[in-house]
Each structure stands twice: as C-alpha cells, then as structure tokens.
Design a binder for this molecule. Structure first.
Ligand SMILES: [Zn+2]
Length: 175
C-alpha cells in the first residue's frame, strides 16, 4: 500500500476507534453534550500517534530492506513495550499494526513478519496492486473490517480503553 492508503487507513481507524471507545451503543444518550466532548478528546488523543505509527514502517524504503527491516513482529513488540518501559509513544503501536494489516491484506506483496529470523514474506491473496483503481476501496474495506473486529473485542471481550501501562500495572498487582 502507498503512503496515501496508509494515512487514509490511519485517520479512519482513529476516528472509528474514538467512536468505539467513547460511545457504547447499549447506553448511548444522543442528547448528552458531554459525550461529544469526550469523543473529540479521544479522537484527538488517538489520531496523531496512530498516523505517525502508520507512516513509520515504510521508513525502510530508505533505510534497510523494504517490507522487511521495519515490517515485522519484533518492531511491533518494541512499540508495544515502549509505553510500558518509557511511558511514552502510547497508541503508536496501533498505527504500526494497521500498517502491517493493510500491507498483508490490501496489497500484492507481503511483509516479512519474522524478519530478521526469516526473510519469508507473508501475504493474503486479497491484495491489489498499489496503483490499482481499487486500492482506495480495498483500504476502506480493510479499515471497516478492522473496526468491526476492534468493536467486537471492545464490547464483548475486553475494554480497549485502558492504557497498556495500566494493564501492566494491574497484571503486576495480581502477581
Ligand atoms: Zn509498508
């Protein structure tokens, strides 16, 4: 996927995730102004880190091997660990993760998930060429699917509206 696709995906994901995390359809009261203030805050909090994260992996077009050096799970783990260790770069990992999803699902060439352990690139047969006229549509479809999955997890499995640092603290407290 090209830069435009990744930025579009990141913006829409931040907007959608902001809605998912702020508005619970089971208790939503459309007349409460407070909800919309919280919604705007949440989207503001999520958008820039997610967009920056979505831009990061393609830095390997200039440094290292494209679709390998910064397109792998060890890099994602670094971004997941960063908020826990340094208490900064929160939510950037979401942008990195969605970049990987879009590259694997939405474009022809895969990514080397286990690089540097293996140079093998993984891909789904759903992708279209980045120059294809369907590239934008594929981006919308992938983003919508991601939001459905995230909403399902948030509403039915575990609340996503907690910082990783809080989760780690709770986990440590249990231990
Ligand atoms: Zn990429």
């Amino acid at each position: 996927m090209n830069k435009k696709g990744h930025v579009l995906n990141a913006i829409l994901l931040a907007l959608g995730l902001g809605v998912i995390l702020t508005i619970d359809p089971r208790t939503f009261e459309p007349n409460r102004a407070e909800t919309y203030v919280l919604l705007a805050q949440k989207i503001g909090q999520l958008s820039l880190p997610i967009i920056l994260g979505a831009l990061f992996p393609d830095v390997d077009t200039a440094f290292g091997k494209h679709r390998k050096t910064l397109h792998n799970l060890p890099v994602l783990i670094v971004f997941l660990a960063f908020p826990l260790v340094f208490d900064n770069l929160h939510f950037v990992w979401i942008g990195v993760a969605t970049h990987y999803v879009l590259d694997m699902v939405g474009s022809k060439r895969g990514i080397a998930l286990f690089y540097p352990l293996s140079p093998q690139e993984y891909d789904l047969p759903t992708g279209v060429a980045t120059s294809s006229k369907y590239a934008d549509i594929v981006t919308y479809v992938v983003t919508a699917a991601e939001l459905v999955v995230l909403a399902g997890i948030h509403y039915y499995v575990i609340s996503l509206d907690v910082s990783l640092a809080d989760t780690a603290a709770a986990f440590t407290a249990v231990l």
